[in-house]
Every structure is written in C-alpha cells, then in structure tokens.
Write a protein of this length. Structure first.
Length: 258
C-alpha cells in the first residue's frame, strides 16, 4: 500500500495552527448547514448550494488531517430530510452517490478511511453500493476516518440499538441486569467510533438537530455564522483553537484556590 500523500495546501497559503496533541479534538462532528440559504441568497436553485458544499467538505477533511483530528463525522442526509421536496431528495441521493464515486480515490490517497453510519431502508441501492465500495477500498487507511452519515438520525440510531439489544436479551445472549452504557454502546451504528469532542455547525443555527446525540453528550459546541459553502479548513482550525481553550470537566468540578 503506498504511503498517504498530504492534502493539497489551502489556496491562501494558510497553515494549520500548532496545537499540542492533547488539546486537539480527536473526533469532530460536522453539521453542514446553510447550503440552500447560500444558494437562495444568490438567486440560485437550492441544489447549487449542495454542489458548492462539496468543496467545503473536502477542504475541512484536509484541514482535519493537517491539524491532527483523527475522526470527522459529516451529516450528509438525515432521516428527517425525506420530508423535503421529491426533487431535492432525488438530487441529494444522486449527489451523495456521485460525490463518493468522484472523491473516494482522493480520500484514499490521503490515507482517509471512509465509513458509513445510517439506516438502509429507503436509501437508494446505488448510494449503498458507493458507500460500501468506499468502505472496502479505504479499510486499511488510518490517517483520518471520515464517517458519512447518510439516512442517519441520532434518535433512530438509539432506537435501532435498543431494538437489537432487546432481541439479544430475548434470545438469552445478554443478561438484562448487566446492561450499562458500555454494553448499550456496542449496538450503535459504529460502536468503535469515539465520543464526539467538538460539534461544529455552520450557518448560524445553534442546535444539534438530532446528530450523534449519544456520542456528543459531552461535546464542545461551536457554531459558525457562515453557510456551509463558505466554510473551509480555516474555520475548522479556529474552532479547534476555541476547543483547546475550553475547560472540559465532564460533570466534575475543581475548586480553585482563592
């Protein structure tokens, strides 16, 4: 297997900030919001915003590699997105499929492992095929893991995990008295995915929108004003710098001497 190549540099010449590894988030969850509003503000169809957002995702992944983020999870299509217009749903299905087809070789060359989290029902077979092909092709990579969350919802993931766990309890495979958070987490879509450290959302909205509600229980939240097509790796780096300044206590507290 050839050695990974570094991502292309940012056109501005900007370079990643030097942050000690212990202060760099291991896992960043990204809500790519504002594509439609970006397009509407320019008098364009909503789908043009989704097209423009493809470059932003690539650049953010490049920036994650450069700053030392090990996992990026991208909210590409939610279980609630089926309620959008049929034309937009059809576009998003085809777009997600084509992005994977177009970009998997580039991701592979960077050493990125591509994974998929989400439900199979309703998802186009062609999209599933591209997701599974990308997973197979990049399985041996370890520079960074990009989880594409397609037909994904946080509550759906928890409900599906509960159903699978209940079946194992009924089959006598799991003792219900032994169920705890660690046991339950084994039934999530990607059980080996670490907890989210930094939750990043674009376009000024300040909510999590049902994304990784289990994994992001103690995530630091950073909200960007820019719509997703205007986001690049420099926005990620500023969010990582903000994350590095925060005091993460996980529910604990330490008295400071007066």
């Amino acid at each position: 297997m050839p050695a990974p190549v570094p991502p292309y540099p940012h056109p501005s010449g900007a370079v990643a900030p030097q942050i000690p590894k212990e202060f760099v988030p291991r896992h960043v969850a990204v809500v790519m919001d504002g594509n439609g509003r970006w397009a509407n503000a320019r008098g364009l169809p909503r789908v043009e915003g989704h097209k423009a957002g493809e470059a932003s995702l690539l650049d953010v992944v490049a920036g994650a590699i450069e700053v030392g983020v090990e996992y990026v999870s991208a909210y590409a299509f939610s279980t609630e997105n089926w309620s959008r217009s049929p034309d937009e749903v059809r576009f998003l299905m085809g777009f997600n499929r084509d992005v994977l087809r177009r970009r998997r070789d580039l991701m592979d060359s960077w050493g990125v492992r591509v994974r998929w989290a989400g439900r199979r029902p309703r998802l186009w077979r062609s999209v599933i095929n591209e997701l599974e092909t990308a997973e197979r092709q990049t399985r041996g990579n370890s520079t960074c893991t990009l989880t594409m969350c397609v037909n994904y919802g946080g509550r759906a993931e928890v409900a599906d995990a509960a159903q699978a766990l209940a079946k194992d309890v009924a089959a006598g495979k799991v003792n219900p008295d032994k169920i705890n958070e660690k046991v339950f987490a084994r039934y999530l879509d990607e059980p080996d995915l670490p907890d989210v450290d930094l939750f990043l959302r674009s376009s000024g909205e300040q909510r999590t929108s049902n994304f990784m509600i289990w994994q992001a229980a103690y995530a630091e939240l950073v909200f960007l004003d820019e719509p997703w097509p205007d986001v690049d790796r420099r926005h990620l780096w500023r969010a990582v710098e903000e994350y590095a300044r925060r005091d993460r206590r996980y529910g604990g507290a330490v008295d400071k001497p007066s």
